[in-house]
Design a protein around this ligand. Structure first.
Ligand SMILES: [Fe+2]
Ligand SMILES: [Fe+2]
Length: 151
């Protein structure tokens, strides 16, 4: 049975791959447009359900509460960057500049979650809770992608 850490980690790797592939796109292409649509939804859904099913389970613990708040504030920064890219033409040279800024921000965020938050959270959550949160998170993610092909 999967834990919440395994399912979050898997989706982090999906984000890393999409960011890497997007940073190799050029101009207004179908690839850039379709990868961007997928990445945008991955980021928004992941951040929303990670807050709902992971961070909400940690807020009662003083030790991890501060780390959780910091992480949630980074989700807000990620959303601000997404909006900035949305306002930029796919053909503009600025698009890739904004995308690379988003890439750095997201990669920093994912590394911090995996290296600093997950190990501490692992001590706080019970085993059954880790499995239950994974099921809830996965159900919501799959539901939000029901209309799209997800890899
Ligand atoms: Fe996050
Ligand atoms: Fe995450």
């Amino acid at each position: 049975m999967q834990t919440i850490f395994q399912v979050l980690h898997r989706d982090h790797d999906v984000q890393r791959e999409l960011l890497k592939n997007l940073s190799n796109t050029h101009g207004d292409s179908e690839t850039r447009r379709s990868l961007w649509e997928i990445l945008k939804q991955e980021l928004r859904s992941h951040d929303k359900f990670e807050e709902r099913y992971f961070y909400s389970a940690l807020l009662f613990d003083d030790e991890v509460q501060k780390l959780s708040r910091h992480s949630i504030s980074e989700h807000k920064k990620i959303e601000d960057h997404i909006k900035k890219i949305e306002e930029t033409e796919f053909s503009s040279p600025g698009w890739l500049v904004h995308l690379k800024n988003l890439k750095s921000l997201v990669e920093h965020h994912l590394d911090e979650e995996e290296n600093e938050i997950f190990p501490v959270a692992g001590q706080v959550l019970e085993r059954a809770e880790k499995n239950m949160l994974a099921r809830k998170y996965k159900f919501e993610m799959e539901d939000s992608f029901a209309e799209q092909v997800r890899h």
